[in-house]
Design a protein around this ligand. Structure first.
Ligand code: B4P
Length: 192
């Protein structure tokens, strides 16, 4: 089983590249952002609480996202491998993920980190905000807070996987296709 984490700041292309990677490799895609937005759309109490934080550019509590990922893993016993997109975003989430996968007799094979300048991140997210209807993409202040939250709590998660020898960086600027090629050539260096 090959389990991949696609990592990077908001707007770095995680969701965009995930769409092509699941087609190419048959991964089961688990995006905590998408799971949270489904809860918001269904107007559950979890979704309503998450929305308050997401609209400020802040992370949702670890226990909420870990609970969602745990049920999503349990609901997909036949998966050939998981692509984690936007998760883990804190060291506590990374540790919880290790424990969940260990119970299934598997582990993370690789974390790929998309490197994109802050100027480009802000410009991409503001552009997406024009059409996405996402309230966290329309306000530059909120976008900058999401990037600050990434620097405060998330960037350190890269060290966690680097120490385990499971980490590689990918240049995340350029065409979507050229970035996809760089990602697949890195994955193909790591047989399952
Ligand atoms: P997410 O849904 O994970 O969203 P994201 O980080 O904003 O976006 P992503 O990185 O996937 O976007 P992409 O680059 O593909 O998180 C939203 C919120 O949910 C968080 O702020 C947090 O509050 C909460 N949350 C989620 N997971 C959590 C967790 N684990 N713990 C706690 N809270 C959590 O796309 C960006 C834009 O760039 C698109 O418009 C795309 O078309 C464009 N783009 C992509 N590649 C490009 C390229 N090469 N060139 C030009 N444009 C490109």
């Amino acid at each position: 089983m090959f389990n991949l984490i696609l990592f990077g700041p908001p707007g770095s292309g995680k969701g965009t590249q995930s769409a092509s990677l699941i087609q190419h490799y048959g991964f089961k895609h688990l995006s905590t952002g998408d799971l949270l937005r489904s809860e918001i759309a269904a107007q559950t109490s979890l979704g309503m609480e998450a929305k308050q934080l997401m609209d400020k550019g802040l992370l949702v509590p670890d226990e909420v996202v870990v609970g969602m990922i745990s049920s999503a893993i349990d609901q997909n016993p036949q998966a050939k491998g998981f692509l984690f997109d936007g998760f883990p975003r804190t060291v506590a989430q990374a540790e919880a993920l290790d424990r969940l996968l260990e119970k299934k007799g598997t582990s993370i094979r690789l974390m790929l980190s998309l490197i994109v300048s802050e100027k480009e991140l802000v410009s991409r997210l503001l552009k997406r905000g024009l059409t996405s209807g996402r309230s966290d993409d329309t306000n530059e202040g909120v976008i900058r807070e999401r990037i600050a939250e990434y620097k405060r709590k998330t960037s350190i998660v890269a060290d966690y996987y680097q120490q385990q020898g499971k980490f590689a960086e990918i240049k995340g600027e350029g065409s979507v296709e050229s970035i996809f090629q760089s990602i697949t050539s890195e994955i193909d260096k790591h047989p399952a």
